[in-house]
Design a protein around this ligand. Structure first.
Ligand code: FPP
Length: 222
């Protein structure tokens, strides 16, 4: 969800105002998913690298997340949204973690739309954690080298049970993957828009879907 800082700067506002406005774009995307039947939406809300930002911004983002969870819980329950989170969630401040677990548990039986928040997330760390879990099993004698398949690796990632994304939308014109879902994005189509995240609305989501529909996906074949 890139471009919150630039959006705020362009308007002479503090960066947190950009994040605040950015949290409103989430609703636009959720509604667009519901209208088009998209079942999985993963939002890169906070990377492992984002902890390096000034404490004021980090704390503001954590408070914003907590408020978002408080405000949206009932609506998610009502609309059939299941919330999940991926990342090193133990890094989050305890009140945030608590609220997150509460909403994740409360919405666990919903299945209309799965909203997955990537929080304190890094694709490399995710792969590292998967490798560690595989090595632990191998050291205990429970796994042989030939047991290590792409399916096994997928099942050890934070995204276990979640299909690989069909489409990646990158806002604010950035042409990087930025440590996001490194394993899962292998065959994902990429749509880059110059729109800054706080300006990203339903129409932009539909435009991305149209772009996706025009692609011919060959998965390495002909
Ligand atoms: C990247 O833009 C955005 C973030 C690091 C935070 C994204 C968070 C939200 C949209 C809201 C909080 C999340 C939830 C789930 C309520 P940037 O700050 O790097 O923008 P810039 O590249 O223009 O500086």
């Amino acid at each position: 969800m890139d471009g919150n800082g630039r959006w705020a700067q362009q308007k002479g506002l503090p960066r947190l105002a950009g994040h605040e406005q950015g949290s409103k774009s989430i609703r636009q995307c959720v509604e667009a998913c519901m209208e088009t039947g998209v079942e999985f939406l993963t939002l890169y809300a906070f990377s492992s690298e984002n902890w390096k930002r000034p404490p004021l911004e980090v704390n503001g983002l954590m408070l914003l997340l907590e408020r978002f969870l408080n405000e949206k819980k009932e609506e998610m329950l009502r609309e059939g949204v299941r919330l999940r989170a991926i990342g090193r969630l133990d890094d989050l401040p305890p009140p945030c973690r608590k609220k997150l677990s509460e909403v994740v548990e409360a919405t666990a039986s919903n299945s209309r739309l799965h909203v997955i928040l990537a929080l304190s997330y890094s694709g490399r760390t995710e792969i590292l954690d998967a490798v560690k879990s595989i090595v632990r099993d191998a050291a205990g004698g429970g796994l042989a080298p030939d047991d290590v398949t792409p399916e096994l690796i997928s099942s050890r990632l934070y995204t276990e049970g979640i299909p690989d994304p069909d489409l990646l939308i990158r806002t604010s014109g950035e042409m990087r993957i930025s440590n996001f879902l490194l394993w899962q994005l292998s065959y994902t189509e990429i749509h880059v828009t110059k729109k800054l995240w706080p300006d990203f609305a339903k129409a932009d989501f539909f435009e991305a879907l149209e772009d996706y529909k025009s692609r011919s996906r060959r998965f390495g074949g002909v």
